[in-house]
Design a binder for this molecule. Sequence first.
Ligand code: GLU
Length: 272
Amino acid sequence: MTKLANLLLAIVILAALSTAAIAAGDTLAEIKRKGVLVAGVKDSLPPFGYIDEQTRRIVGYDVDFARAIADKLGVKLELKPVSSASRIPQLMERHIDIIVATTSNTPQRQQQIDFSYAYFFTVQKFLVKKGTVKSLADLEGKKIGTAKGSDSEQNASEALPSATILSFDDYPQAFLALQQGKIFAVTTDEAILAGIRQKAPNKEKFEIPDFQISDEAYGIAMRKGDSALRDFVNKTLLEMEASGQAKEIFEKWFGPQSATPMSRAFSITADK
Ligand code: GLU
């Protein structure tokens, strides 16, 4: 290439990079200008994001956090269903502004996207037919279902190298395979497994044995470089913790009266 061609190429690359940088950093301003926050949420995972049978609207723990952020911004909330596999591509392609969809903060994902402080903590476990599994060793060499694009896939293959990990489009499909006897267990976060089990008409036939293979901290995910938006989300999360709103949302979906009672052994802090 000639010197001039090199120079032109450099200018084109620099221009593209700076446009990308401006675009990436501008999501907060763009949300305010549009008057809408577009959040990617799950729509088949009670109690995080699922369709309420009466209202036909998507509701859940994640949805309430997305709504609180939209309210704080003074904008409307638009919900777009995402799967574990589609959520990061949807964010990168700018179809959504944030992901509030049971997304664990992992070092691998941090290379691609930014996370807020953690707003939910859980652990990865297994959902099995009652009486079939007492410890991790009972799952050696078995077929285990999970969802494509989840970190549950990776955790399971590391914890059980001899098992066959089958990745379904989503967890409800994996649970169907368990009910049909096609797989031996479904693995993902305990809170998700509890929601799936709870919805099953024959739920007493299934259980979540008391051992875990990982700790999972859910963060709200944003495009890298969207620091104004990330700061706003983080500030909102800390305010929600201080005001009791975050705990109220937890109690609504996981309190003693809920379908999936759990205790809140965490608070939202700037440490995680
Ligand atoms: N929290 C895990 C993850 O982010 C599993 C749940 C999910 O697939 O959304 O991959």
